[in-house]
Design a protein around this ligand. Structure first.
Ligand SMILES: C[S@@+](CC[C@H](N)C(=O)[O-])C[C@H]1O[C@@H](n2cnc3c(N)ncnc32)[C@H](O)[C@@H]1O
Length: 229
């Protein structure tokens, strides 16, 4: 499965940013910015931040914009995505870029003060193992910010999802990328993913506490920050 996911993301890499911004009506930029503000709350100043499933690097750039002193490491298993990230982060210093599988990260325990992961965990073959790997990366008191599309619950949330993730995403994403299959996958993976409640329970089981949640655009996306126990 992960080989298929890797190939799929590499195939859509050239149009990934354009599709993202078009699909979210540019809201994704604000979602990442807000998630960074949420993780930096109460004067938290991370020295080393991991952008996991970094794609083309937009989350890493959002971190750097609000925490300019932080060293930001971008990890992803798609070389095509990372090549674009390299171009985007290349002019500024303070970034490291690394090809790596989120389930087997090549870092020692507690290597980071913070981890951000935008629309990445939904793609992992083993979600629990992925969350435990994030926990392993963090020092006690370190923070994680996860931005994700969860399985919708409740009437309004289901309606917003059906409109955005169910209709707009496959239609516009397919048209922009020329790869309707990839954007059908996005829709299905969100529908089949954990609900926010299930995900929060799993985070607590995997070593996180004090979870804070911000709902984005009628709950279409959710930003979740947790602290490593
Ligand atoms: C939807 S994109 C998100 C990119 C970026 N974080 C953002 O906010 O736009 C998901 C990314 O996760 C990466 N990915 C998925 N599974 C992964 C895994 N097991 N290990 C490393 N990267 C993975 C894909 O290659 C892709 O670049």
């Amino acid at each position: 499965m992960s080989q298929q996911i890797q190939t799929m993301f590499s195939n859509i890499a050239p149009t990934y940013d354009q599709a993202n911004h078009a699909l979210s009506f540019n809201k994704d930029v604000q979602w990442r910015k807000d998630a960074v503000r949420q993780i930096l709350k109460d004067g938290f100043k991370p020295n080393r931040v991991l952008d996991l499933c970094a794609g083309t690097g937009d989350f890493a750039l959002a971190v750097k914009a609000q925490a300019p002193e932080a060293q930001v490491v971008l990890a992803d298993f798609s070389k095509a995505m990372l090549l674009l990230a390299k171009k985007k982060t290349g002019v500024a210093g303070g970034f490291e870029i690394l090809g790596a599988d989120a389930l087997k990260l090549p870092f020692h325990d507690m290597a980071f003060d913070a981890v951000v992961c935008g629309f990445g965990v939904r793609n992992l073959d083993n979600l629990e193992a992925g969350l435990k790997e994030i926990a392993r990366m963090l020092k006690p008191g370190g923070r994680v910010a996860i931005l994700e599309f969860f399985k919708p619950t409740g009437f309004l949330n289901r309606l917003a999802h059906a409109f955005y993730v169910g209709a707009i995403v496959p239609m516009r994403g397919g048209a922009i990328s020329g790869n309707k299959q990839a954007y059908d996958y996005l829709q299905k993976s969100a529908k089949n993913f954990a609900s926010l409640d299930e995900f929060m329970r799993l985070m607590e089981k995997c070593g996180f506490k004090d979870l804070s949640v911000e709902s984005k655009t009628m709950g279409v996306a959710v930003s979740l920050v947790g602290i490593r126990k």
